[in-house]
Write a protein that binds this ligand. Structure first.
Ligand code: 4AD
Ligand code: MG
Length: 477
């Protein structure tokens, strides 16, 4: 095809010169002004059509959604709203679009409606901005770790283990479900299955990252993870992406420092690289907030909220300290929490996490040293035998954005914990080997990528920050 200039580049190009652009028509006003978008940036290019000298049949085909190619001359714009415009000299229709039935009309559509047409929502300003920011964050994450000499490990997607021990796995099988091979005792004969054993989609790449860290020292994974938890919330997906750094010769404090540095770096990265998209999403949020009652409106705009997180050192406290604060909090005393906090040991819900962040400390919080009963088997036991060296990073509007820990590197203690929690040690001998052969203190965490994108874009539903969300009852596209 002919060479095209991206619209983003065109805005910075010399005027009084010839260019070819290709993209999709957003609107066509008065048979004269085409707003053209090619996804390279938020802004549309205004192309001016000489309608008196253009074939009427062609003009009719310039409809919202049509893909077109325009050759023309770039000039300084006379009109308001743009600095340059393209004087169209020839227009070619690349792909017609029947505007009568095209679902994306040039008007405001609800996010719920756009979710139903996720295959087309990339073509809206909001979603193109979200997915450009998602890309920038992906790139920023690799840059952050690469600059610090971390090695990216591709952990497997099909595994035989349940890293989190929560049993929320999607099974992977090629067995004929209408004719399942059985052992004599009636149990399923997985020897006949594809891998000769029971397998599932991974819930986390951590266990494999630990193997890498105990040789390469600083590693990270960035891959899809899957959880068959039946939580239909605005913060859970069945398929989501996780970033899991793992560091040898590191303890919980090093882990907290790395998490805080990484989050701040990524927020700054987006502020530096996505200014136009952020400004657009901020405006969108302001409009949305106007629909809410005054008391529920956010005190800060999106960009203020991002900058605020950069300026504050994250508050660090233990689970035990947090429980005291929550127990004595006004919403707890007034019975406002759906899950009242009455005693040490309670698992924290999103409402408690958000209270701590948004009302009590008014900044990001890192909670540490949780009761062992509510955390995974691999976390390092504290000397009191009651708590483990866990850490959760809590963010405004989100709740938990990161979960991590210092790992139990002592063989006997790890084995004992696995037995207590009914983790099949014989199938995990490869994991235990690291504790047999040159074990060292190490730590790591998992950042939920979509929760980060949610925070940075100011969107409120996680289904709107991944192109094709998977959740209970839905695996469209
Ligand atoms: O706290 P989680 O379960 O921790 C782990 O999986 C550890 N193996 C991580 C590690 O130490 N390497 O999950 C980590 C993060 C959560 O804090 C949350 O942000 C995100 O993953 N997450 C989800 N995001 C979207 N949908 C879900 N269903 C999620 N479950 C967890
Ligand atoms: Mg967690």
């Amino acid at each position: 095809m002919a060479r095209r200039t991206r619209i983003k580049d065109l805005f910075k190009s010399e005027t009084e010169a010839q260019y070819t652009v290709m993209g999709w028509v957003r609107t066509f006003r008065n048979n004269q002004f085409i707003a053209l978008n090619d996804g390279s940036c938020l802004a549309n290019l205004q192309a001016v059509v000489d309608f008196e000298n253009t074939d009427a049949a062609l003009l009719k085909r310039i409809t919202t959604g049509a893909a077109i190619k325009i050759d023309g001359k770039l000039v300084a714009s006379q009109g308001k709203g743009q600095t340059v415009e393209l004087i169209a000299q020839s227009i070619e229709i690349l792909g017609d679009c029947d505007a009568e039935i095209y679902p994306l009309q040039p008007k405001k559509h609800s996010l719920e409606f756009l979710r139903e047409i996720a295959h087309l929502r990339f073509r809206t300003g909001t979603f193109s901005a979200i997915f450009r920011i998602r890309h920038a964050l992906t790139f920023g994450i690799h840059k952050f770790f690469n600059d610090r000499n971390f090695v990216n490990i591709h952990s497997p997607i099909v595994t035989g283990s349940d890293a989190e021990g929560a049993g929320e796995m999607f099974q992977v099988t090629t067995l004929d479900l209408n004719n399942i091979p059985r052992n004599e005792d009636g149990s399923i004969n997985y020897k006949k299955d594809f891998f000769g054993k029971q397998t599932n989609l991974t819930v986390s790449g951590q266990l494999e990252a630990e193997l890498g860290a105990l040789a390469l020292c600083d590693v990270y994974t960035f891959g899809p993870t899957f959880r068959a938890e039946n939580s239909n919330t605005s913060r859970h997906l069945a398929e989501f992406w996780m970033i899991e750094p793992e560091v040898a010769f590191a303890d919980l404090h090093d882990n907290m420092d790395l998490a805080e540095d990484m989050l701040k770096y990524l927020i700054q990265y987006v502020l530096d690289h996505c200014a136009e998209d952020l400004a657009f999403l901020e405006q969108r949020l302001i409009e949305e907030e106007k629909q809410k009652p005054l008391a529920e409106r956010s005190e800060m705009s999106l960009i203020e909220k991002l900058s605020f997180c950069l300026e504050q050192p994250f508050e660090r406290l233990t689970y035990t300290e947090a429980i005291e604060i929550l127990k004595n909090s006004t919403p707890n005393k007034k019975g406002k929490f759906q899950f009242p906090i009455d005693k040490w040991g309670a698992d924290l819900q999103s409402e408690h996490e958000r209270y701590l962040v948004e009302k009590h400390f008014k900044k990001p919080v890192i909670l540490t040293n949780y009761p062992k009963e509510i955390k995974a088997f691999y976390m390092r036991m504290d000397d009191d035998g009651k708590t483990v060296r866990a850490m959760d990073v809590l963010f405004p509007g989100i709740g938990e954005i990161i979960g991590g820990s210092q790992r139990e590197e002592r063989y006997d203690k790890l084995l004992k914990r696995m037995e207590e929690m009914h983790i099949p040690a014989e199938e995990m001998s490869w994991f235990l080997d690291t504790r047999r052969y040159g074990t060292v203190p190490h730590a790591g965490f998992g950042l939920g990528f979509e929760r980060l994108v949610l925070f940075v874009t100011g969107m409120s539903n996680i289904r709107d920050v991944i192109p094709f969300p998977r959740f209970p009852g839905s695996a469209e596209f």
